[in-house]
Design a protein around this ligand. Structure first.
Ligand code: AHG
Ligand code: MN
Ligand code: MN
Length: 334
């Protein structure tokens, strides 16, 4: 592919943004560069995932005599290492670690919450997976970082984003000033601006939910799914049901094509499955910045007060009109 002289790399874009907001002192930019670097390392390793039978199974020993790590452990280690090397973050909460991780950067201001590898059960079948990250500022510079620093509402996020490792690898992020998407060009090893100022469709005709659990969902969700699947050509119904089972991949399609992604509460799991701090908050920030909505069925996801690091929440997220229509069903069922 001929390289355009207009090409804007992730690092170039971050520099441009810094010049636009001269008050920004580059710390956040450094964190985003760390995300880009770790994403490239994870991408490289994921590309080899299909070769595990040749190079050695997970847990087995590879040709270099090293133990082959599970990909979510590998991704966790490389994202943590990249953030530590960047020296701009004082604490990390990861899906893979029970406790928060404190770095030695006592003067650093930023905290990270992350799902280093989302949809990991899909790796073995060569389906898209992702990384999700959320960035906050610590509450007090003069106190040691504590759990309270991480238990801030999603509305306090300063930046958030995801990487999707799919047919191509993309990094999408917001710093509260719109959403921009970058596609990895493997020939030059750079994320290049491919989706500037992303806005998601206000409406859509794709519903993304694990229909296997439909009997266990709240009546509002059952009624909404019924309303989406009636035979009514005048409303272009029935809508499609599409569920990949990797939240990042389902959400990415929802961002581009419109639709709604739902992981509801159920009779077995009243708080659903997905995690507030490092799955729901960051993706809600992205979706809201792109013109969509995200709710737990009662309030905005980003208005929820977190109580624990690995807290779960039901989530309904996507095109504004579809989330509004679902909410009408919730409000009618009160
Ligand atoms: P993770 O791989 O980080 O544990 O996340 C898996 C999540 C999410 O990506 C996906 O939407 C959901 O689990 C699928 O769960 P079900 O199989 O219960 O539908
Ligand atoms: Mn996940
Ligand atoms: Mn995960």
């Amino acid at each position: 592919m001929p390289l355009s002289t207009e090409l804007v790399t992730l690092n170039g874009f971050i520099n441009q943004q810094e010049r636009k907001f001269p008050g920004a002192h580059g710390t956040l930019s450094g964190l985003l560069r760390s995300v880009g670097l770790a994403a490239k390392i994870v991408n490289r390793e994921l590309n080899k995932a299909g070769l595990v039978d040749i190079l050695g199974d997970h847990g087995a020993t590879n040709v270099q005599g090293e133990t082959v790590k599970k990909m979510d452990v590998f991704a966790n280690e490389h994202f943590i290492a990249a953030f530590k090397r960047g020296r701009r973050c004082c604490g990390i909460v990861s899906e893979e670690d029970e406790d928060m991780i404190l770095t030695d950067e006592h003067g650093a201001q930023y905290l990270i919450c992350m799902d280093p590898l989302d949809g990991s059960s899909n790796i073995d079948v060569n389906v898209g997976v992702g990384t999700i990250f959320s960035i906050f500022k610590r509450l007090h510079n003069d106190h040691p970082v504590s759990k309270e620093d991480f238990l801030q509402k999603g509305s306090c996020q300063v930046a958030a984003g995801y990487v999707i490792y799919g047919t191509s690898t993309m990094l999408i992020y917001t710093a509260g000033n719109g959403v921009n998407g970058f596609t990895l060009d493997p020939t030059i090893g750079e994320f290049c601006l491919s989706h500037p100022d992303m806005q998601m469709p206000k409406n859509g005709n794709i519903v993304s939910v694990n229909m296997g659990y439909i009997q266990t969902f709240p009546d509002a969700v059952k009624n909404y799914v019924n309303a989406c699947t009636v035979l009514d050509k005048s409303q272009k119904k029935p809508y499609s049901i599409r569920y990949i089972g990797s939240m990042v991949a389902d959400l990415h399609r929802t961002m581009l094509k419109g639709g709604i992604f739902m992981y509801p509460s159920s009779t077995d799991a009243p708080n659903g499955k997905l995690r507030l701090l490092y799955e729901c908050n960051p993706l809600s920030f992205i979706v809201e910045q792109a013109g969509g909505k995200a709710t737990n069925g009662k309030i905005r996801i980003m208005e929820m007060q977190p109580e624990s690091l690995h807290q779960r929440t039901p989530i309904y997220i996507g095109s504004a009109d579809m989330v509004d229509e679902l909410m009408e069903h919730f409000n009618a069922s009160i």
